[in-house]
Design a protein around this ligand. Structure first.
Ligand SMILES: CC(C)(COP(=O)(O)OP(=O)(O)OC[C@H]1O[C@@H](n2cnc3c(N)ncnc32)[C@H](O)[C@@H]1OP(=O)(O)O)[C@@H](O)C(=O)NCCC(=O)NCCS
Length: 149
């Protein structure tokens, strides 16, 4: 097994895995998201050797229905199928939360798929509200965790 490492990457480096793992019904040129190029945004990549096998993004965004102003949203967190279960998702999540913490964040949140909810719960996230449907990607939950300093 090659060594695993998480590094900061450019927004453009996330697009292929975003599409392959999260949005197979969309085109590559639809993989750009509004906060991708914001200077505070972090894109993290998980590498096995020199191969990028996992991605995740975090940027400032209030959580709907919450008054917390120092909130950061996790988006596009995904690990390639053959590389799941080796701790890469946890490494990526840890790097993203560390970035929000350094940026003064007091809360992180995400839209979790029904399948990934257990991953977030395992890392101390709680569910907020009822599940909702996102077109073509099924039921999702808003999940959040307070950042404890
Ligand atoms: C969710 C995802 C990123 C997890 O990545 P991963 O590399 O397999 O996760 P890890 O190996 O780091 O798992 C870390 C811990 O979470 C647990 N875990 C992982 N997925 C889980 C799940 N679905 N339910 C419950 N626990 C889970 C693991 O057992 C592990 O526990 P441990 O610390 O006791 O060993 C991956 O399954 C994925 O890419 N899913 C599809 C994309 C997606 O739904 N992303 C989230 C929406 S943004």
């Amino acid at each position: 097994m090659s060594e695993s490492e998480v590094r900061a990457i450019a927004a453009g480096d996330t697009y292929e895995l975003r599409r392959a793992l999260l949005r197979p019904h969309q085109r590559l040129n639809e993989m750009t998201w509004p906060a991708d190029e914001h200077p505070d945004t972090l894109h993290a990549g998980a590498y096995r050797g020199e191969r990028l096998v996992g991605i995740g993004t975090i940027h400032r965004q209030p959580m709907p229905g919450s008054a917390e102003t120092e909130a950061w949203r996790i988006r596009g967190l995904a690990v390639e199928f053959g590389h799941r279960g080796y701790g890469l998702g946890a490494m990526l999540l840890g790097r993203l939360i560390e970035h929000a913490t350094t940026g003064g964040g007091r809360m992180v949140w995400a839209h979790a798929t029904a399948a990934s909810f257990g991953f977030f719960e395992h890392h101390g996230f709680r569910r907020r509200g009822e599940p909702f449907e996102l077109p073509e990607s099924g039921p999702h939950y808003v999940v959040y965790a307070e950042i404890v300093r």
